[in-house]
Design a protein around this ligand. Structure first.
Ligand code: FEO
Length: 613
């Protein structure tokens, strides 16, 4: 029975899941299965984007026939010739005699290499930026060589702003009834598999991935349809930002990945001690036994972490077999821009350390820490100092924590930041029919084309989570006429225990259905999030403006104006009260000491804004 999914009125997913495959490409375990995606566009002409692997060929043919509803298939666009996407091509040739095959010259050569059917007059060869008009839709073909094979191209549908992205933005894992990334908890359940897919399948081709991202940046994209994994229709910036890091071989996390190969546990013991010493220094560390964990997971972790430690026993006068294979994989996948430390073991003639260094010598921009820790059979007491020295060297090579002590040491006077004139804005969101809002002071226009702004939102705010999930918001630019009541209601109370719009009337909703504040704002801006950046306490949201209007000519309120003219001055606490008062909102933290990490529960300011009573 067919099993298709509707994407838009014109576009249908006609692919299939495979949960029986043990090893993808014969190398990568896929415990969660894999999807082979194919898409049918039904316009005045019908267009199929790629086919599927032979394992799911039958289901795909049923899906396609059902989605065509008796129509002919006019075009097959071949974006990638790897057989997991082209195996069913010859079935189509016999079933749909009028079907044209749209591909580039390299693909045509591959079709002839893989297949025996006579492609003859069927083929329409395209090159960079050629277009195919199918009725309402115009398809533009964009070459993406080596993402992942040389013939790869992607297709942009300008009518619905859809990028058919071939292997790019793909993910291991069956779809299990979902199709869109926003239908699952992608960050929690699938990001590791997306990274493992990227690092192992296209990780070697970071330069080519970066070139494709550059081409894609010039397009207005509302949806990404890859050949594996989920379709992206919301928060596209989330996966695009990851690709920008991965393609540039930049780590996602500062911290250490320790991979060790240990026959009798002594090398593991040294690796474990190093992990403990790193944690003692506040450095995150993850560990992998290379004889147990599949190499594809360790390669993915190496793409994630900034520092790599390789610990290996010496075996047959060389590197231990599983470590040797891992290093070969990492070099083949072009790992670069990492800091590396090495631990070797050998009961006689330890050589693995030097050989590991040699293996990685050709990788670009590897900061190889000087000393190899060399163990003879097992670690001895007198070598603990060497473990400490390695932990110190790693910790010292990490970027300094941007905390109060390091700021002070570097001569950073945070008062300088208060001289930046900040405006004040009401950020309104809506999720599952519920309105919420908070006051923010960080909104800036980033570019005029595309018309894009950024806002930063404290993660402690309820609005933050709602915005992350909903992906759109309204910003009201508050005026000097806004009374303290507005700041108190939206800025000093939490939406977790207050319905902030409880007594608001029905006015003040923009076309996106989200509230704004017509009375005390001089402008209203609606925007959709295209990208996010985790900034520790805050998230930076980059958003495209979808609607904007001027509401009045009153001047906007700055933070300084608010402090000087709107906000009531904190009342002095009773004479016998001990503690610290928030200079911003007057909240009192009682006690003899002020925690370094205190966040004011009312206004969310940190320790720097408290003073002793
Ligand atoms: Fe799933 Fe490069 O193919």
């Amino acid at each position: 029975m067919h099993c298709t999914k509707k994407i838009t009125d014109d576009l249908t997913w006609v692919g299939a899941d495979d949960r029986r495959l043990a090893m993808f490409e014969g190398v990568y375990s896929v415990p969660g299965g894999v999807s082979y995606n194919a898409y049918l566009l039904r316009d005045e002409k019908t267009v199929l984007f790629d086919t599927v692997d032979k394992a799911v060929r039958q289901r795909f043919l049923e899906n396609l026939a059902h989605a065509l509803e008796g129509r002919e298939l006019d075009y097959l666009v071949v974006q990638h010739m790897e057989p997991d996407h082209s195996a069913a091509m010859r079935d189509l040739v016999s079933r749909y005699p009028a079907m044209k095959i749209v591909c580039n010259a390299k693909t045509l050569a591959f079709i002839r290499q893989f297949h025996d059917f006579d492609i003859g007059a069927r083929v329409e060869v395209v090159k960079e930026n050629d277009t195919l008009r199918t009725g309402r839709h115009t398809l533009r073909f964009i070459m993406a060589p080596m993402v992942h094979w040389p013939e790869v191209m992607v297709t942009y549908d300008s009518a619905d702003r859809i990028l058919f992205s071939a292997d790019a933005f793909g993910c291991f894992g069956a779809l299990n009834g979902a199709l869109f990334a926003d239908e699952v908890d992608f960050a929690k359940d699938y990001m590791d598999e997306a990274r493992r897919y990227y690092a192992n399948i296209v990780g070697k081709y970071g330069t080519q991935v970066t070139a494709l991202l550059k081409k894609a940046a010039a397009l207005k994209i509302d949806m990404i349809c890859p050949l594996h994994g989920f379709v992206w229709r919301e928060r596209l910036g989330h996966i695009v930002a990851k690709y920008a890091l991965w393609g540039g071989y930049q780590p996602e996390k500062q911290g250490v990945m320790i991979a060790y190969a240990s026959v009798y546990g002594n090398t593991e013991n040294a690796a474990e001690l190093l992990a403990c010493r790193l944690r003692d220094r506040g450095v995150p560390a993850v560990m992998f036994d290379v004889s147990v964990t599949p190499a594809s997971e360790i390669v993915a972790a190496a793409f994630r972490w900034s520092h790599l430690v390789f610990a290996s026993t010496t075996y047959n006068a060389g590197i231990f077999v599983s470590m040797d294979a891992l290093l070969h994989d990492l070099v083949a996948h072009n790992i670069q821009n990492r800091t590396v430390a090495v631990i070797e073991n050998g009961s006689w003639a330890a050589t693995s350390g030097e050989l590991i260094r040699k293996k990685l010598a050709g990788c670009r921009n590897i900061n190889m820490l000087e000393a190899t820790l060399s163990i003879k059979s097992s670690l001895k007491n007198e070598q603990l100092a060497e473990i400490d020295a390695m932990a110190d060297a790693i910790a010292d090579s990490l970027p300094a924590a941007n905390n109060e002590q390091t700021r002070e040491k570097a001569g950073v006077d945070v008062n300088a930041l208060y001289k930046i004139p900040y405006g004040l804005y009401l950020l309104c969101v809506k999720e599952n029919g519920r309105d919420n809002a908070c006051i923010i002071n960080t909104a800036t226009q980033i570019t005029s084309s595309p018309c894009r702004i950024s806002i930063a939102v404290n993660k402690a705010n309820l609005t933050h989570g709602m915005l992350q999930r909903a992906g759109e918001f309204n910003l009201s630019v508050l005026t000097q006429r806004a009374p303290f009541e507005v700041f108190e209601r939206f800025g000093l109370r939490s939406g977790a225990d207050t319905e902030k719009f409880a007594d608001a009337d029905g006015d003040g909703r923009a076309a996106n259905g989200i509230r704004y504040l017509p009375d005390y704002a001089n402008a209203m801006i609606s925007a959709e999030v295209v990208e996010t950046l985790d900034c520790g306490t805050h998230t930076l949201f980059l958003a495209d403006i979808t609607e904007a209007s001027v509401l009045s000519e009153e001047p906007g309120v700055t933070y300084q104006f608010y402090l000087d003219h709107v906000k009531p001055k904190p009342q002095p606490p009773p004479g016998d009260q001990k503690g610290f008062v928030c200079k911003i909102c007057g909240y009192v933290h009682e006690g003899d000491t002020l925690p370094d990490d205190i966040i004011c529960p009312l206004c969310k300011h940190g320790a720097a804004d408290f003073e002793p009573i």
